[in-house]
Design a protein around this ligand. Structure first.
Ligand code: B1M
Length: 229
């Protein structure tokens, strides 16, 4: 059946299957078709792309899929995110503040972090995206260079999430801890861990991260100070 005629639930199912199979062109076509039907990007992400990647994650864990197949799926997901990017980042709102964001050292997962970055931009924040495998000195240099109020760290691996604590310690040693609102997230992270390492906020998804960031800019007066030292 032609995708234009496909019922929506079947279209989402096809999007998930094609993402699983790493078929970027097909996933992009299905994404465009959902947009043609006026669906919101958040719905396309949650019911199509993220749902598809969740299935990939389960089969990766269970040894049914291996790194090359997961890389193909990730490539397909990224291609579809590029289609959604203009919608996610578009805003007329005045700039609310600046976030420096990156995936921590040792970790190369970037899909979720990029989603957070896009949605933060869409909500009116300047976003400085440092990419993956980011060490503490790079985070700190970017905070100072861009006079950022928010630091976002993402980790997907239980082996890399402890590095978030290293970055927070580096902030403390510089005397900058109070100037920055530290936000953490990623599949490996949870609320208890965030509290344990002294982060300010844990967010399970990109939309919640945006809400927390808006809250912080409005209520955390300490974030107005400039960096020194
Ligand atoms: Co990796 N991987 N991977 N992988 N991979 C996971 C994370 C894993 C859970 C898979 C599994 O076993 N089920 C597992 C980790 C287990 C663990 O540590 N507990 C795992 C593993 C083991 C590995 C390798 C070690 C495999 C190997 O080589 N043997 C290796 C490590 C490489 C490294 O980083 N050093 C590896 C490699 C890879 C690929 C390169 C193949 C690829 C990444 C491609 C890329 O990102 N460019 C990959 C992928 C795709 C995954 C899964 C399948 C999908 C991740 C994803 O993109 N999800 C993943 C399974 C899973 O997570 N269930 C898995 C979609 C994305 C939208 O979700 O990133 O969670 P997520 O982001 C969400 C929220 O978490 C949140 O918002 C986002 C949107 O709602 N969020 C934040 C994210 N960051 C945030 C920051 C915030 C706030 C919210 O504040 C700042």
């Amino acid at each position: 059946m032609n995708i234009e005629q496909m019922p929506l639930d079947e279209l989402f199912e096809k999007m998930q299957d094609d993402l699983y199979d790493g078929l970027a062109d097909e996933v992009v076509a299905a994404t465009n078709e959902t947009l043609r039907r006026d669906l919101a990007p958040q719905e396309i992400l949650s019911k199509g792309l993220i749902a598809g990647m969740d299935i990939v994650g389960v089969d990766f864990r269970d040894g049914i899929l291996f790194v090359p197949e997961v890389l193909m799926a990730a490539k397909a997901m990224k291609a579809a995110m590029e289609v959604l990017r203009p919608l996610l980042v578009a805003t007329d709102a005045p700039k609310l503040g600046t976030m420096v964001i990156g995936t921590v050292k040792g970790d190369i997962h970037d899909i979720g972090k990029n989603l957070v970055a896009m949605m933060m931009e869409g909500a009116g924040f300047n976003v400085v995206n440092l990419g993956v495998n980011t060490d503490a000195s790079k985070f700190l240099a970017a905070l100072r260079e861009h006079d950022a109020q928010l630091l976002g760290m993402s980790a997907l691996l239980t082996t890399t999430m402890p590095y978030m604590r290293v970055v927070i310690k580096a902030l403390q040693e510089k005397g900058w801890r109070d100037k920055v609102y530290v936000m953490v997230g990623g599949a490996a992270v949870n609320e208890a861990f965030a509290e344990d390492i002294g982060a300010d906020a844990y967010s399970a998804d990109a939309a919640t991260a945006v809400d927390r960031a808006k809250w912080a800019i409005k209520h955390e007066k300490r974030l107005q100070q400039k960096f020194a030292g």
